[in-house]
Design a protein around this ligand. Structure first.
Ligand code: COA
Length: 237
């Protein structure tokens, strides 16, 4: 009897984090580009840039995921970044990330090739992280493949640092993940990263993990929040 062998797929990546109280805001986009949160009315524009059906974007917005984008001088979306709180599926490693109440997770970002290397993605990371901080989050996460140098550099420029390396053996819609802490990574972030990967339905976090949640910091109330979307910004001007 011959049993067909399935291709073994291993994803090598790392969880990167930014401590939002250390965020250095203020990096703008290139002249002529405009950065704002995507409203449901702009779902079609984002879907065009991402090359997905509009229903994908509308479905994500409807379940509470948020997107930030940079519009080019020609008024088309040139770069985007999705951000979730609560929980989010990380499809490349077949896991659902269980975020702590003070955490946010950036995912499924991209820049249209003609607009790359203009710091658009870096400015999106900073802007979205700034909004998350103003809304009471302390840590923002993202997962980056080891081969993705451009994403790593943009995250480093935006103040993110690698925390936990992962080798994920993909098994259908699940995975076996081996992790290794990054040298000199903040131990509290390493602990948070390990808990992130355990998912929402697995065993409850132990007292050590919960201790990390108790260290919430104060958030500045005088920091100006970014306008929610482009039309609100225009109205405010
Ligand atoms: C990753 C991606 C979103 C970056 O978008 P971007 O708007 O060009 O990013 P930025 O201009 O802000 O930063 C890119 C950085 O990578 C560098 N870079 C670009 N291509 C590179 C490459 N092949 N190797 C190494 N570095 C590279 C740039 O010089 C820049 O670094 P610097 O600011 O230190 O000079 C874009 O390349 C992309 O859409 N890739 C495909 C999808 C993807 O990988 N998404 C991210 C998933 S985490």
């Amino acid at each position: 009897v011959t049993v067909p062998l399935r291709r073994i797929e291993v994803v090598r990546a790392a969880l990167w984090a930014s401590r939002l109280d250390r965020l250095r805001l203020g990096r703008g986009t290139c002249p002529g580009y405009e950065l704002a949160e995507v409203s449901p009315g702009e779902a079609g524009e984002l879907a065009r840039a991402m090359d997905v059906p509009a229903g994908v974007v509308l479905g994500r917005l409807a379940r509470g995921a948020r997107a930030w984008a940079v519009w080019s001088p020609e008024a088309a979306i040139a770069s985007w970044l999705w951000v979730s709180v609560g929980q989010e599926r990380a499809d490349p490693i077949r896991r659902t990330m269980a975020l702590a109440p003070d955490e946010a997770y950036g995912w499924n970002a991209g820049t249209v090739p003609a607009h790359r290397d203009r710091s658009l993605f870096t400015s999106l990371l900073l802007a979205a992280a700034g909004v998350m901080w103003c809304e009471g989050r302390s840590v923002m996460w993202n997962g980056i493949h080891d081969h993705n140098r451009a994403s790593q550099r943009a995250h480093a420029s935006a103040g993110f640092r690698p925390v936990l390396r992962m080798s994920a053996l993909l098994l259908g819609d699940r995975s076996l993940i081996r992790t290794r802490r990054v040298d000199y990574a903040d131990p509290e972030l390493v602990e948070r990263a390990q808990r992130l990967l355990t998912g929402p339905t697995s065993s409850r976090p132990g007292p050590e993990a919960l201790a990390g949640l108790a260290t919430a910091t104060d958030h500045p109330s005088d920091q100006p929040a970014l306008p929610a979307n482009r039309s609100q910004r225009r109205n405010a001007e």
